[in-house]
Design a protein around this ligand. Structure first.
Ligand SMILES: Nc1nc2c(c(=O)[nH]1)N[C@H]1C(S)=C(S)[C@@H](COP(=O)(O)OP(=O)(O)OC[C@H]3O[C@@H](n4cnc5c(=O)[nH]c(N)nc54)[C@H](O)[C@@H]3O)O[C@H]1N2
Ligand SMILES: Nc1nc2c(c(=O)[nH]1)N[C@H]1C(S)=C(S)[C@@H](COP(=O)(O)OP(=O)(O)OC[C@H]3O[C@@H](n4cnc5c(=O)[nH]c(N)nc54)[C@H](O)[C@@H]3O)O[C@H]1N2
Ligand SMILES: [Mo]
Length: 710
């Protein structure tokens, strides 16, 4: 028999130890995951976490980040009470106030600004944590403004827009049934471990893999039958060259194209200029390799393609490159086919689960009628046309310039200035605001600019509705009480709606009532979801019906897959190309002064944007910010592993440790973002933006490298 001491040390859940296992979810990364977690709780504290077995998402697995939830939740800089700024902006001097005082001050200030300059002079912003978005969005609308913007202005939406232009709907790769997988910018082992598992299974089934990545990664090593290594950001040229090869060799599905694709002739004519004569010069990929990849596609269909939310999109020509890659699915007849690219509709907060909720209605029913053009609309008209929200990459400019009208206040949930290009410029803009509120778990460098900081709680401390692929839904209960006086964002937003006296009884009635409204067409209830131990199957789920969407006519002007966009053609005043044209993405900077191409942001397993650099377990895996560069470049510059080097652009310079490696393409430098002491986004040109969608060129920025002070 073990003693109680031994049971405690082994963290055994039983009456002797008082340890209980309670179920929750990990919300550290995107809601398109949110893995199920078994939290071991003793005396209201989490003492251990494990993945939930039988959970439809992760079935017992967790990644490095998920396993660090305990350290994340108990990070030393958790905010425990509402705070009011008493020092200068950014200085970090605050006094504790009550929720009542915080709400009153926020309501008074926002209502006064609205009365003076209109609701549009207040902007509502949501950071990477997406779970509360329908509430924040509705709050903005009920307040009377369309100025609602999110971090998705740099993530995911570019690809979504590319799909909307082509087919009217997003799509998902059907890796389970494909014959060949085109892993374009695909390294799930670092960014989406569950997709890594799926890829391993596909490989074991005999699926062929083409990986397109400038670097060597676990994916290129474990999976690639062919590894194409284009210089970062030249993907469009490579895809158009591959399209040309497929067409020239007759490796296309003519019948499919005839029936379901529009603009083929113009596209085929355009891609002829990407050929054996120039493909290698444009992309760095030898023509023979591209030809071999096309042959592999032709001989091993159906073709499924990776959906990239960041690396392909973070270039000035990013969305067009994306469209060029998607065109390969049209040519090979793989869109809306088993084993190809399946059209999918979002069920709820960035998750497609195969059934409908009323999330969109919940937000749209409050869209204000008369308001000014939201931030970014004049500059990025296609963005607004398709997304109907503000483009966050234009916020700092509009605050600074006051044009076309002033933005005087920002109400944010989880704003991180180091997410944007040119961080200093963003901070200067925040200083100019009359009023800034930020809700966060931690007293971040950005929160230090706020007038009022609100303490948000983690997913372990709140109850939350959530859906999962395969037709599942769940509603978690808190597994520990919120730390200090922290609260769930959704509760904060609903309560604030009351203090603002908004004409919105549903929002004011609280999170749970809103969820009831959002799922009122489903036959499962909040009570049933809460009572269940695991996510439950929703009876309204619909299985995928192959070809139903293309047969019924797609949501595009022609009803077909548009290689040549009629939406863009109808708006010549936008100055955008209707074909997926290729242009060089590099910013205007002197090649002699800035000879390297900086790719900032390729995921590392132990960091998530700004948040996990401060979690000791994870930080210990890479204690200092590092930049990866090719062995030959390091040798030429006399740089050894661990040397301090400076990365510099016309915008700024940072000092980091050098990591010379054979994995990186000569001429390129890779660096992860979000570090306080070496903020790579402080090097980024704030105007180097994709004119189609507004995304920044984080992954193809000219930079210089020199040895630092060692
Ligand atoms: N150079 C470079 N820059 C990039 C990228 C890149 O690849 N390279 N990637 C871009 C992409 S794809 C993304 S998604 C963005 C990341 O977008 P960011 O918004 O910068 O992401 P995080 O740093 O994870 O989170 C932002 C803040 O939200 C807080 N937070 C977390 N959970 C909650 C919550 O539940 N409630 C509240 N109120 N706050 C919370 C965190 O503490 C943090 O301060 O960065 C973009 N910027
Ligand atoms: N551990 C961890 N996981 C994460 C995140 C995180 O911060 N940390 N962030 C989450 C978020 S918000 C996002 S958006 C996703 C992004 O997830 P992914 O899309 O997987 O993003 P990356 O890891 O940046 O890029 C994948 C691969 O693309 C390559 N790549 C970079 N630039 C280019 C290019 O120009 N062309 C080509 N062909 N390849 C290129 C990189 O070398 C890398 O190996 O990750 C999510 N998962
Ligand atoms: Mo992202």
């Amino acid at each position: 028999m073990e003693t109680r001491e031994e049971l405690l040390r082994a963290k055994i859940p039983c009456p002797e130890t008082g340890i209980e296992i309670k179920r929750t979810l990990c919300a550290i990364c995107s809601p398109s995951f949110h893995c199920g977690v078994d939290a071991y709780v003793r005396d209201g504290r989490i003492i251990k976490v494990e993945g939930t077995e039988g959970h439809p998402m992760n079935d017992g697995l967790l990644c490095t980040k998920g396993l660090s939830n305990r350290e994340y939740i108990y990070r030393k800089d958790r905010i425990l009470t509402p705070l009011k700024r008493v020092g200068r902006r950014g200085e970090g001097k605050f006094q504790e106030i009550t929720w009542e005082e915080a709400y009153r001050e926020i309501a008074d200030r926002l209502l006064a600004i609205r009365a003076q300059d209109g609701a549009d002079s207040v902007l509502f912003f949501g950071g990477y944590s997406k779970w509360f978005r329908p509430w924040l969005h509705r709050l903005a609308f009920s307040f009377g403004t369309e100025n609602y913007a999110t971090e998705s202005s740099t993530c995911f939406t570019s690809g979504l827009m590319a799909w909307k232009v082509a087919t009217g709907r997003p799509a998902r790769p059907d890796m389970e049934h494909c014959g060949v997988f085109l892993g374009w910018a695909f390294n799930p082992y670092h960014s989406r471990y569950l997709n890594g598992k799926r890829a391993d299974e596909a490989k074991a089934r005999g699926v062929k893999f083409i990986i397109v990545d400038p670097r060597e990664t676990p994916a290129t090593e474990k999976l690639a039958d062919i590894h194409l290594r284009p210089v970062g950001g030249t993907d469009g040229a490579l895809a158009l060259g591959m399209a040309n090869i497929l067409i020239e060799n007759g490796w296309i599905d003519r019948d499919y194209i005839e029936r379901y694709v529009s603009g083929f002739e113009a596209f085929a004519e355009y891609v002829r200029q990407f050929n054996a004569d120039n493909l290698e010069a444009l992309t760095g990929v030898p023509y023979e390799q591209a030809l071999a990849a096309c042959r592999l596609i032709h001989e091993n269909g159906p073709l499924s393609v990776n959906e990239s939310s960041a690396p392909l999109a973070h270039h000035k020509n990013g969305m067009q490159n994306y469209r060029a890659i998607m065109a390969l699915t049209a040519l090979t007849g793989s869109y809306d086919r088993v084993g190809g690219q399946r059209p999918s509709l979002h069920t709820y907060v960035h998750q497609s689960s195969g059934f409908q909720t009323r999330e969109e209605e919940f937000v749209e029913e409050k869209r204000p009628k008369a308001c000014k053009e939201p931030v970014g609309k004049p500059r990025f008209p296609l963005w607004y046309h398709l997304e109907r929200e503000a483009q966050a990459m234009d916020i700092a400019r509009q605050i600074t310039e006051g044009k076309p009208y002033p933005i005087r206040a920002v109400f944010a949930c989880g704003m991180n200035a180091r997410m944007f290009p040119d961080t200093e410029y963003v901070k200067e803009a925040l200083k100019k605001l009359d009023f800034f509120v930020d809700a966060d778990l931690f007293l971040t460098d950005t929160a230090k600019y706020a007038d009022i900081v609100l303490p948000a709680c983690s997913s372990f401390e709140r109850g939350e509705f959530k859906t999962y692929p395969g037709g599942y839904a769940t509603y978690t209960e808190p597994v520990i009480p919120p730390l200090g006086q922290s609260k769930s964002d959704a509760d904060i937003l609903c309560e604030l709606a009351g203090y603002l006296d908004l004409d919105d009884p549903l929002l004011r009635s609280g999170y749970e009532n809103c969820v009831r409204d959002i799922i009122r067409d489903l036959s499962v209830t909040v009570e049933e979801l809460k009572a269940a131990d695991l996510p439950v199957l929703v009876p309204e789920r619909e299985p995928y019906a192959e070809g139903a969407y293309i047969e019924g006519g797609m949501d595009t002007p022609s009803g077909k897959f548009e290689l040549d966009s009629l939406v863009i053609q109808a708006h010549p005043e936008w100055g955008l190309d209707s074909l997926p044209t290729y242009r060089c993405s590099l910013n205007q900077a002197d090649e002699t002064d800035y000879p390297f191409i900086l790719c900032a942001g390729a995921r590392i397993p132990h960091a998530l944007h700004s948040r996990l650099h401060d979690v000791p377990w994870l930080r210990s895996l890479r204690p200092e910010p590092e930049a990866d560069l090719a062995l030959c470049d390091a040798e030429r510059l006399g740089i050894k592993k661990g040397d301090k080097i400076q990365l510099f652009t016309a915008v700024g310079s940072i000092e980091v440790k050098a990591n010379p490696t054979a994995r990186v393409l000569p001429g390129m430098v890779h660096m992860y973002h979000g570090y306080r002491e070496a903020d790579v986004n402080s090097l980024m040109d704030r105007d180097n933006l994709d004119p189609y969608c507004g995304f920044p060129g984080f992954r193809s920025t000219r930079c210089g490298v020199r040895k630092g002070e060692n």
